[in-house]
Design a protein around this ligand. Sequence first.
Ligand code: HEC
Ligand code: HEC
Ligand code: HEC
Ligand code: HEC
Ligand code: HEC
Ligand code: HEC
Ligand code: HEC
Ligand code: HEC
Length: 409
Amino acid sequence: MSFKSIFIACVIGGSLMVAALMFNRARPAGLVAGSSAVFTEASGRCAQCHRQETAAVVHQFERSEHSGANVTCYDCHQALDGQEEFEHYNFVMARDVTSLNCAACHTTEYDQFARSRHALPAWGAVNGAAGVSEDLVALSERYHPGSVARPANALATLEGASATATGCLGCHNIGVPNADGSVGSCTECHSRHSTSIELAREPRTCGQCHMGPDHSQLEIYSESKHGVLFNAQRSELNLAADPKRLTTADMPIPTCATCHMSGLDGLKVTHDTTERLSYWLFAEVSERRPGHLAAQTEMQETCLKCHASTSVERFYSAAEAVVSATNEHVRETQDLMAGLRAEGLLTPEPFDEAIEFVYFDYWHYFGRTAKHGAFMGGADFVQWHGNYELLQKRTELEEMAAALRAARD
Ligand code: HEC
Ligand code: HEC
Ligand code: HEC
Ligand code: HEC
Ligand code: HEC
Ligand code: HEC
Ligand code: HEC
Ligand code: HEC
């Protein structure tokens, strides 16, 4: 499928989904729909009790943009069609407040988010298609073939349910298929009651999940010139600026959101964090994504608000050189593993021999780190946590392979 037809499928699919959501939205009987007097009262009554019960929730809500815009507690907490209900002091409440409740007012953001890899692909990475309705699998397959219609992850299966529930899904739940038919969680970045843009633009917010040896984006950013300047000059930045009017005067230094989401100086803001990416950097061997040129142009338009085109082109060719060198190393090591398997020295099962863990670390930690470091300005990560480790682990793999062959002979 061409990039263009994927794009069209996304637009149509996304709009259908949101149309369905909007159609389903209905206020519960017993409360007058659309009456702001009722809603103010609803908020007042919730807040009255909850100032005693869960005071912090009320304080956070009162400081949020929502409170100023007359959005009430009940606007989010009411049960919509398709949601499990419970009665709470005469209010018909949703058992779980999900992205469906947000989508009712924020269709554009929901649409973009729902077609990104933060949605179902994040869930599929751990569980495969388990727990996902056929409709949602089909929808997601149109955007990201193979990302949900795949088996559960082998490591997750081996480590077991408790490890998966609080470990993997602690991060991958960002794309959870909700029981009401909607996808994902908006509050991972915005929080429940502050619902803040400022918080979402904080690198550490992304770094809740984007950290550690397999995806060291927060660490790489922190050591990059961008991250150093951000940390030094944070108090001079306007992190709360309206996304529709965000300028380089508000943010002369980029954060994760600037490069991956923001509409700087008139560019288009997006909740589809996949749009500006041109390589599958997380893969064993990183191929170009469909539509890679368009994606590079989108990302580079952001760089060009602050840098000259010559610097950006230089930076990209250096990063691409690291990607192709790393691909070369990984392919050679894949061959080494395939050789052992062909000789019957490894079982077909994953993660039951020591050498398989060393190989996994090889590409999953060090290969990825080198590539991510090169694209986000982390020299230490390209070198000492990347290429040096690749060299060292390669030697270890060769010695382990030799030992396996010696034991057979
Ligand atoms: C008459 C007092 C009162 C009113 C009015 C009230 N609440 Fe509560 N609410 C409580 C109490 C008490 C609890 C239980 C707190 C606990 O378990 O520690 C609670 C619990 C909750 C919970 C957690 C429920 C759960 O089972 O997980 C939510 C969410 C909630 N309230 C939201 C609201 C909202 C939204 C409104 C307004 C539409 C509201 N409340 C109105 C007193 C009230
Ligand atoms: C922007 C939407 C939104 C608004 C407005 C909102 N909430 Fe919530 N609230 C949520 C979400 C999302 C959750 C998490 C629900 C879940 O996990 O099912 C939540 C959870 C809660 C909980 C349970 C907290 C816990 O940690 O156990 C309480 C209590 C609550 N809300 C009360 C309120 C009250 C009172 C107000 C108004 C002062 C309010 N909420 C306004 C979205 C909202
Ligand atoms: C009843 C409608 C309604 C619901 C439900 C709702 N919002 Fe909003 N939201 C608004 C309005 C109105 C504003 C303020 C005007 C604007 O910026 O669009 C706003 C603003 C925001 C902002 C910008 C805040 C800022 O700092 O400028 C974020 C982020 C946001 N909402 C997220 C959410 C999330 C997440 C949920 C669900 C948990 C949610 N909203 C539910 C109506 C709603
Ligand atoms: C600390 C948060 C976190 C935890 C815990 C975590 N992941 Fe991830 N995972 C991520 C992030 C962030 C990415 C995106 C990496 C990138 O694009 O560079 C990712 C990417 C992946 C990918 C590659 C993307 C894809 O769709 O194929 C797979 C597979 C994956 N994770 C599976 C798992 C499994 C299985 C577990 C538990 C055994 C797990 N993850 C635990 C955050 C986490
Ligand atoms: C990966 C983190 C992340 C997730 C998940 C996320 N957002 Fe956002 N959101 C952001 C960032 C960052 C911004 C500010 C973009 C910028 O810098 O201009 C933002 C901005 C917004 C705004 C303000 C848009 C405007 O133009 O004024 C709304 C509303 C919003 N988000 C709603 C949502 C809703 C609804 C969801 C769930 C469907 C969601 N967000 C999920 C990070 C996130
Ligand atoms: C709650 C955890 C979580 C948070 C918070 C989070 N992400 Fe992610 N992110 C993930 C996971 C999991 C994936 C991998 C999805 C997949 O491909 O399976 C991912 C993937 C991505 C990707 C790669 C998408 C692709 O197409 O490969 C980008 C870019 C990204 N996130 C940026 C951000 C930014 C920017 C923020 C903060 C504004 C952020 N993320 C916040 C969990 C998170
Ligand atoms: C100066 C801009 C910039 C900043 C700041 C930045 N990134 Fe990136 N990021 C990039 C570029 C460029 C790429 C590679 C794009 C490509 O594939 O063409 C990338 C790649 C990624 C990927 C890899 C997706 C994959 O294919 O595996 C993730 C995830 C990601 N960034 C998350 C983050 C997070 C989280 C932060 C903040 C801690 C961040 N980025 C900060 C520019 C930036
Ligand atoms: C919002 C502005 C902004 C954006 C967007 C931005 N940068 Fe930067 N960048 C800076 C600033 C400020 C510095 C520090 C310059 C200095 O040393 O004074 C910097 C430094 C750098 C450096 C190190 C200094 C150098 O020139 O050798 C590189 C490389 C770089 N940026 C690449 C990029 C790339 C590639 C992108 C897009 C993916 C990007 N930047 C996006 C503002 C930005």
